[in-house]
Design a protein around this ligand. Structure first.
Ligand code: GAR
Length: 214
């Protein structure tokens, strides 16, 4: 069974989707630790409620990025993690950390990457007039919001959408595709091939291609 460490910075609703999938028996992994760089956040309460070991590693308590990341790395190893999920973890990672966890580190981002990297994705998608946005689960590379894409879900944008209404619909898709992407990896069905991800030996199997109807 894959032993997963989850990195968070806040609300932790994506963490909750992974916890729920584990408890429902649809995600064959063990979450061995939850690490937050911010104290007092809801995600830590969610971990606690699920009986998962959790800790705060405040990035402000270190001399620099590397020292913070070394502490995170040590905590992951201490917990016996062999895979890492970023779930609303709002720190950029250095090449060093990403290299240590290469192809064992994934992230969820609230846009259809490579569009709208960074913050305020929903506001920017509305302002750009795109008809669809969505969310992406991808392997992490040193550049921000970059890396081989595992699963995406598309969400149409309505004329009356605000960043808040759009965020809510995208978030519902995030909660669907993060457990799905992690399950595909846990089941050994995912291979990284250069900049792309191959699932079940195919470039775009139907399961990960589009929103299923209904
Ligand atoms: C989610 O929408 C996630 O996609 C986003 O932060 C939110 C965290 O919510 N992540 C990023 O923007 C990373 N670039 P959560 O704490 O409830 O999971």
């Amino acid at each position: 069974m894959m032993r997963v460490g989850v990195l968070i910075s806040g609300r932790g609703s994506n963490l909750q989707s992974l916890i729920d999938a584990c408890q429902a028996g649809s995600l064959p992994i063990e979450i061995v630790t939850v690490i937050s760089n911010v104290a007092g956040v809801q995600g830590l309460e969610r971990a606690e409620a699920a009986g998962i070991s959790n800790q705060v590693i405040d990035h402000r308590g270190f001399g620099g990025r590397e020292a913070f990341e070394d502490a995170v790395n040590d905590a992951l190893l201490e917990a016996g993690a062999d895979f890492v999920c970023m779930a609303g973890f709002m720190r950029l990672l250095t090449d060093g950390f990403v290299g240590k966890w290469l192809d064992r580190l994934i992230n969820i981002h609230p846009s259809l990457l490579p569009a709208f990297k960074g913050l305020d994705t929903h506001q920017r998608a509305i302002e750009a007039g795109v008809r669809f946005t969505g969310c992406t689960v991808h392997f992490v590379r040193p550049a921000m919001d970059d890396g081989p894409i595992i699963v995406q879900a598309a969400v149409p944008i309505a004329g009356h959408d605000t960043p808040e209404t759009l965020a809510a619909r995208v978030l519902a898709e995030e909660h669907r595709i993060y457990p799905l992407a992690l399950r595909l990896i846990a089941e050994g069905r995912v291979r990284v091939d250069g900049a792309r991800v191959i699932v079940d030996g195919a470039e775009a199997p139907s399961e990960v291609l589009i929103n299923p109807p209904g």
